[in-house]
Design a protein around this ligand. Structure first.
Ligand SMILES: Nc1ncnc2c1ncn2[C@@H]1O[C@H](COP(=O)(O)OP(=O)(O)OP(=O)(O)O)[C@@H](O)[C@H]1O
Ligand SMILES: O=P(O)(O)O[C@H]1[C@H](O)[C@@H](O)[C@H](OP(=O)(O)O)[C@@H](OP(=O)(O)O)[C@H]1O
Ligand SMILES: [Mg+2]
Length: 348
């Protein structure tokens, strides 16, 4: 029977990735593909589940976890019920760890050799309204100004609205629940590391514009921005470096990134990852500021081929396991019938 790959991708994501190219590669390799949607689940009793499911269910996961949405929960439960019969790229529990910035950063911090800029989390109204208390928490955690205020939720339409705060008199501007993180001067350059987890070496580095350096000499008003304004491929913000500042010389050490990728992939047990790294322009320290599940892979030309290779590897492994299982069963059955024959010989 031909193997099957199921997929669930929001429409926008499907077109952005040119996912039809992945489907063509599957067809050529005689791998069946099927879209997983309500129609699929309504007719599921008549078919065996796909060998693999590729998905970006982060929107629905957020609705389930953060908004307690029953419909979202029921839809996800159908995927969970396939556990053991289907390989999910990737596991829903592993993905959930990335959806809350506090959880994500805390897990990253557990990896000893990885640097995450210091942060605190403000999750209750009482603390959010007490600027003195917030300042105390910042001081206790050795966090200096400027700081960056990020929504605690890492995914979804409201999660990319950020603020840069320059002194304690502007702590009133924070919007909770949020994390407050030390702003690191990094010469306005961001490195996006895109990973397709065939093996630890399989990553691709893209350079993007980011927020320019700040030197605080006086009190500044809080700056609000959307993360796509400063670091998407089209970004052209007055928060970026001006054209007169040339920072083309900044490069990143491939070996260090390789190790970072290995550790993060192992920690979160995920195959499709985007890791955002900035380099502190004073200390040259690499700082991980964001880990995204199933990013846009913009700039990586052969993403669909890479994803196909990953799926093909998994299918090959599955079929090897099945063969060895069958061999064992045949051997076991043969020995059973041999024993029967022998015992029948004894009887007769
Ligand atoms: N600690 C920091 N120091 C300096 N700049 C930062 C820091 N954290 C974030 N930034 C800047 O803010 C931008 C948005 O931050 P972050 O990646 O955390 O947000 P996001 O909305 O999750 O982004 P994405 O769109 O990649 O998911 C980064 O691209 C970078 O330019
Ligand atoms: O490929 P990069 O430049 O890293 O950008 C990604 C963002 O970092 C993610 O935050 C987006 O995902 P969410 O929409 O899940 O937040 C993700 O959204 P997408 O699922 O629409 O591709 C990407 O835009
Ligand atoms: Mg993000």
């Amino acid at each position: 029977m031909e193997p099957t790959i199921g997929y669930y991708l929001p429409c926008k994501k499907y077109y952005k990735l040119h996912f039809e190219q992945f489907l063509i590669l599957c067809k050529r390799a005689q791998i069946k593909t099927i879209e997983i949607n309500d129609d699929y689940f309504n007719s599921i009793h008549s078919q065996s589940p796909p060998n693999i499911i590729v998905h970006k269910l982060t929107d629905i996961l957020c609705r389930e976890v953060l908004n307690d949405d029953k419909m979202a929960h029921q839809f996800l439960e159908k995927f969970r019920q396939m556990k053991g019969r289907t390989i999910m790229i990737d596991n829903l529990e592993s993905i959930s760890q990335l959806l809350n910035r506090h959880v994500q950063y805390s897990l990253l911090k557990e990896i000893q050799t990885i640097y995450v800029p210091p942060f605190i989390s403000i999750t209750d109204e009482f603390t959010a309204n007490d600027c003195q208390k917030i300042q105390q928490l910042l001081t206790n955690n050795n966090i200096q100004y400027p700081i960056i205020c990020k929504p605690i939720q890492a995914h979804g339409s409201e999660s990319h609205n950020m603020k840069i705060i320059f002194d304690s008199s502007h702590l009133i501007d924070i919007q909770y629940p949020c994390i407050l993180q030390q702003f690191i001067n990094h010469d306005g350059i961001l490195f996006k590391i895109f990973l397709v987890g065939i093996n630890d070496d399989n990553f691709y580095i893209v350079k993007r514009s980011s927020i320019r350096n700040f030197t605080i000499t006086q009190s500044l008003e809080t700056i609000s921005f959307h993360s796509s304004e400063v670091s998407s491929t089209q970004a052209c913000s007055n928060l970026n470096n001006g054209e007169d500042i040339i920072v083309d010389g900044i490069t990143i050490d491939n070996e260090r990134i390789k190790e970072l990728v290995r550790l993060i992939k192992k920690k979160f047990e995920l195959n499709l990852l985007g890791i955002d790294v900035i380099i502190n322009c004073q200390t040259q320290q690499y700082a991980v500021i964001d880990v995204n599940y199933f990013p846009g892979y913009e700039g990586m030309k052969d993403f669909n081929q890479q994803l196909f290779n990953l799926c093909e590897n998994i299918l090959n492994e599955q079929s090897l396991q099945l063969k060895s299982h069958l061999n064992k069963t045949i051997f076991k059955n043969n020995s059973v019938s041999l024993m029967k024959i022998q015992s029948s010989k004894i009887i007769y």
